[in-house]
Design a protein around this ligand. Structure first.
Ligand SMILES: NC(=O)C1=CN([C@@H]2O[C@H](COP(=O)(O)OP(=O)(O)OC[C@H]3O[C@@H](n4cnc5c(N)ncnc54)[C@H](O)[C@@H]3O)[C@@H](O)[C@H]2O)C=CC1
Ligand SMILES: O=C(CO)COP(=O)(O)O
Length: 355
């Protein structure tokens, strides 16, 4: 009996869907996990009632994952430290801009034997440095952290429609009771197939960078340019994603970008049904400020590509590499500098020979 206690940090659209999966598996694998799964909720009032109380009584996250019944062993907890107390395994799942504050609250309070998996799609940029989220969590909290990322639109996963995902997890200590089998057991469902690999950097970068590509594909929708243009954006986006990985994270495996769910498959799904795609289209149609549109369209959910485009742009600029990533640069400039999206073919043509 391992009796591992699992806590999910985050309760948004994906946070709640992942809490559902983890709770289903905890209930079915009592030899490995404690049945109750705590889910940290950033407390807010919904129609005058605390969201944690709604989740714990109605078993539904009515604001961020409406219409989906959560298992009764998902326990919503408003206090972050209560949510992680005595946990053996932490599942991080918040929009990445909120992570630094969460880590600063947890710093020094989590034993080094605790293990973590990050489901967050984003990067941390400071100065001319860039850090994948799993490493950021490891550095801040002094614990090992792997990464989960895949072609996983949360509403579809929550409805138990078939999808696949990739988990990068390298057991940090051979004596660990939490190994790849335990991690897979926690996340794998008949409708949610998990492949465990070792490439934490590749899996993390795929998840972060595809959100920039999805914004560009939204621009294509906004201009009604059709499927050929979208395929071109997907192709160029994948080239820039892999180039970025090769150049700044040489430990990445090229096959992660092509063979795993977190790679090509996630680019495809995000460029059709994702929130970044939707926001990119709305931006082109309205030319309204992006964060205003995000608030209005997504109602509290976040499109991570916007902040990631900003962060990646800042990093590339400091490194003098903007010209080597014309699509990433154009996405930033269309959102923040008023660049005309109709200039995309010209921009991409000018640099074609660089690949
Ligand atoms: N939604 C999806 O389909 C998928 C999302 N992801 C990734 O999962 C991560 C989490 O995304 P979602 O769960 O969808 O979140 P979301 O986009 O639904 O964001 C809303 C969440 O942010 C929280 N929040 C708002 N203000 C906050 C604050 N100041 N501090 C802390 N939390 C605050 C809200 O309470 C809510 O839980 C992101 O990196 C996203 O890219 C990955 C796969 C699928
Ligand atoms: O990551 C996702 C699908 O895999 C969700 O993408 P969006 O955040 O653009 O909805």
């Amino acid at each position: 009996m391992l009796n591992l206690k699992v806590s999910v940090i985050g309760s948004g659209n994906w946070g709640s869907a992942i809490a559902k999966i983890v709770a289903e598996n905890a209930a079915e694998n009592r030899d490995m996990f404690e049945t109750d799964v705590r889910m940290w909720v950033f407390e807010e009032l919904v129609a005058g009632q605390k969201l944690t109380e709604i989740i714990n009584t109605q078993h539904e996250n009515v604001k961020y994952l409406p219409g989906i019944k959560l298992p009764s062993n998902v326990v919503a907890v408003p206090d972050l430290l209560d949510a992680v107390e005595d946990a053996n395994l932490l599942v991080f799942n918040v929009p990445h801009q909120f992570l630094p504050r969460i880590c600063s609250q947890l710093k020094g309070k989590v034993p080094s034997t605790v293990r973590a998996v990050s489901c967050i799609k984003g990067v941390e940029v400071s100065g001319d440095g860039i850090t994948i989220i799993a490493d950021y969590i490891s550095q801040e909290l002094g614990i090992y952290c792997g990464a989960l990322s895949g072609a996983n639109l949360a509403p579809e996963v929550a409805q138990e429609k078939f999808s696949e995902t990739t988990i990068a997890y390298k057991v940090p200590d051979p004596s660990d009771s939490i190994d790849a089998r335990v991690v897979r057991t926690l996340f794998h469902r008949p409708y949610f197939h998990v492949n465990v690999v070792a490439d934490v950097a590749g899996v993390s970068l795929c998840g972060a960078l595809k959100n920039i590509v999805a914004l560009a594909s939204g621009f294509v929708d906004g201009m009604a340019w059709g499927d050929n243009a979208k395929a071109a954006i997907i192709r160029r986006g994948l080239l820039e994603m892999t180039k970025f990985g090769r150049e700044f994270f040489p430990e990445c495996k090229a096959s992660t970008f092509t063979e795993e769910s977190c790679g090509v498959a996630d680019v495809i799904t995000s460029c059709s049904g994702g929130r970044n795609n939707k926001l990119g289209a709305a931006l082109i149609k309205t030319r309204r400020p992006i964060f205003e549109l995000e608030e209005e369209l997504l109602k509290g959910q976040k499109a991570q590509g916007v902040t990631t485009a900003q962060e990646v742009h800042e990093f590339l600029e400091r490194r003098g590499k903007l010209e080597d990533f014309p699509l990433f640069t154009a996405v930033h400039d269309i959102i923040f500098s008023g660049l005309d999206s109709y200039a995309l073919p010209q921009i991409l043509e000018d640099v074609e020979q660089k690949y």
